[in-house]
Design a protein around this ligand. Structure first.
Ligand code: UDP
Ligand code: MG
Length: 322
């Protein structure tokens, strides 16, 4: 017998969850035909939703004992929800997927085959198109992936989704990375393992709306760069060296001018501009250092990645007592 944990982060997904559950159960019964000894558990992570997400999940749980949930005390973000799911999954395999059906359950059998029979540690998906997405967002997303892959040793795939199945060993490796500032796409790249990539066309969400604004995505991109590259820090050094060389040449120029023409003090307005430029660059570099310092500061507090308010295990215990 083997158990597959399906981890679903949900933030205000009351409309999407029933669609998702129906589609998932259908896929699961198809998969049981191919692999008769396969069992499922559905682990919903309610990321501090303000609608009836939790009630919707509890209703499913009354019908189906394979449904479990963890409900957060507030919104901790998708990264925290994914972590909570992986940490609490009991399966020999775990798959993370969105509640909005943008990660179609229909490709799950193919993904499962890769880890079960083809010897991969993980099977991940990437969308080949970004159809239905705002043009500006796609543009910046592409620039971001190019930039981060130049700057970081972690291999981060453009268009990769968080829809990924993995073996217990890989789940344990991820759970072992307890950093507070999480960027899962980078973590997957960093831990290695052999991954099969499965491509699919972008699907639009069935119900509800996206939780990501442009600025939220921008912040996420920054998190990724700062979390997986220290190149911005060394950039400050290179800026400094470049500036020193330029000013050294400038000084030489002035000395030669003084010796040849005897007038070192012309052009004070250009001097002011140069001072302002250098001050600007210095502040910019300090800002970069500040960003890293802020991340290091948060990291040293060792705060928990998420706080659960209620879980299905609590509920079971209450029932036992009664
Ligand atoms: N999500 C979450 N916490 C958040 C934001 C999103 O758990 O703070 C979940 C959301 O419920 C969904 C998944 O992450 O299941 C992907 O979110 P969404 O569909 O809004 O992102 P998009 O597909 O537009 O990138
Ligand atoms: Mg979505």
């Amino acid at each position: 017998m083997s158990l597959l944990s399906v981890i679903i982060p949900c933030f205000n997904e009351q409309e999407a969850i029933p669609f998702f559950y129906d589609a998932m159960v259908k896929t699961a019964s198809d998969m049981k035909e191919t692999w008769p000894d396969l069992e499922f558990e559905y682990l919903f992570i309610d990321d501090g939703s303000r609608d009836n997400t939790l009630e919707t999940v509890e209703k499913l749980r009354e019908k189906d004992k394979c449904v479990r949930f963890i409900s957060f005390s507030r919104n901790f973000g998708k990264e925290a929800a994914l972590y909570a799911g992986l940490e609490n999954a009991r399966g020999d395999y775990a798959v993370t997927m969105d509640a909005d059906m943008q990660d179609p359950p229909s490709i799950l059998p193919e993904m499962f085959r890769a880890v079960k029979e083809e010897g991969y540690d993980s099977a991940a998906t990437r969308r080949v198109t970004r159809r239905g997405e705002p043009v500006i967002r796609s543009f910046f997303a592409r620039r971001f992936y190019r930039l981060i892959n130049r700057m970081s040793s972690a291999d981060i795939v453009d268009g990769a989704r968080d829809y990924r199945i993995m073996t217990r060993r890989m789940v344990d490796a991820i759970v072992g990375m307890r950093e507070y500032n999480r960027f899962t796409k980078g973590i997957y790249g960093w831990i290695g393992f052999n991954t099969k990539w499965i491509e699919f066309e972008n699907v639009e969400r069935v119900a509800g709306e996206t939780k990501w604004s442009f600025w939220k995505l921008f912040g996420y991109a920054m998190e990724g760069i700062i979390g997986f590259s220290t190149i911005p820090l060394s950039m400050a050094t290179w800026f400094g060296i470049l500036m020193s060389i330029i000013s050294f040449l400038g000084i030489l120029f002035i000395i030669v001018k003084k010796i040849v023409y005897g007038d070192p003090t012309s052009g004070w307005s250009s001097l002011v501009c140069i001072i302002l430029l250098i001050a600007g660059i210095q502040l910019f570099c300090m800002g970069i250092i500040g960003q890293y310092l802020a991340k290091a500061y948060l990291e040293t507090k060792h705060r928990p990645i998420y706080i659960a308010r209620r879980t299905s295990e609590d509920e079971d215990k209450e029932k036992e007592k009664q």
